[in-house]
Design a protein around this ligand. Sequence first.
Ligand SMILES: NC(=O)c1ccc[n+]([C@@H]2O[C@H](COP(=O)([O-])OP(=O)(O)OC[C@H]3O[C@@H](n4cnc5c(N)ncnc54)[C@H](O)[C@@H]3O)[C@@H](O)[C@H]2O)c1
Length: 300
Amino acid sequence: MMGDPGVGAGTTRTAGETKLERVAVLGAGVMGHGIAQAAAMSGSETRLFDPDPGALDGAGERVRANLRKGLELGKVSQAQMDAALDRLSPAPDLATAVRGATMVIEAAPERLAIKRALFADCVRHASPGTVLASNTSSIPIGLLQEGMPHPGAMVGMHFFNPVHLMRLAEIVRGPATAEETVDRARAAAQAMGKTVIVVNDAPGFASSRLGVALGLEAIRMVEEGVASPEDIDTAMSVGYRHPMGPLRLTDLVGLDVRLDIARSLSAGLESSRFEPPALLVRMVDEGKLGKKTGEGFYKW
Ligand SMILES: NC(=O)c1ccc[n+]([C@@H]2O[C@H](COP(=O)([O-])OP(=O)(O)OC[C@H]3O[C@@H](n4cnc5c(N)ncnc54)[C@H](O)[C@@H]3O)[C@@H](O)[C@H]2O)c1
């Protein structure tokens, strides 16, 4: 992550038929580092920004570790790894990250106010044709588009955790999203090797709404003493052939992230189905956020 990616200089390069975007990823946490890695691997010059310098350093380490693992497993060549690391660089501030980018992918915390403020800041540094994508799991793109000068350039690009392994990208068409923006988001995600679905704007889109419904019900079952987390997860992984049970998945996603999504879905869908269970709220209060803090429904 040391090389200068040249974002802001020259024109967008092409690889075969695909136009490569110059990407700025905002937020270098669980999702942001993975999106930046996928973008750099796809050939895009990529800048990564986070207001927390520790998060930015950590992201560099995680990307290197992911790529080293890929190398060990024979999934990534040394040349691909070196090229991806060359294309990826940390940005010291938002303006440096966004200036010259043709696509911004926001992966900041799941709070409407944070994302709105961030996009408003982006617009001051980005060129009008820049795609402004959000990796939000649940916030309607229409809410992010409100009051923005170029709402047609805004779109949802919802990746899955861990980004370098998960194949799905859910592209969300907001009420004001231009079809060209959908096409560019689709092409960029496909260049990252993702299977793309395009969905219309609704809280939780197609994936989070269903996934979170299962996760919250599993938490309520732990709360009611129906079964242990291990047994609930085994019910789904063995009985339903899910690759992983809903509680283990909640630990990987982060309980705080799940809580934010539940609150946003509960408000957006005006439904008590998504009201966060008291156990989830308590565990987040206690700092049991899942894998990232060493404890959630499991010890990590
Ligand atoms: N964790 C998941 O499994 C998952 C999956 C899909 C989508 N998402 C979505 O991705 C987004 C990020 O989630 P995450 O799990 O990576 O969270 P995270 O807490 O791991 O990372 C968020 C990062 O954003 C940074 N940040 C805070 N304010 C910022 C700002 N103003 N500008 C730029 N960065 C800022 C934080 O310092 C932090 O490093 C959320 O919208 C979440 O809903 C998460």
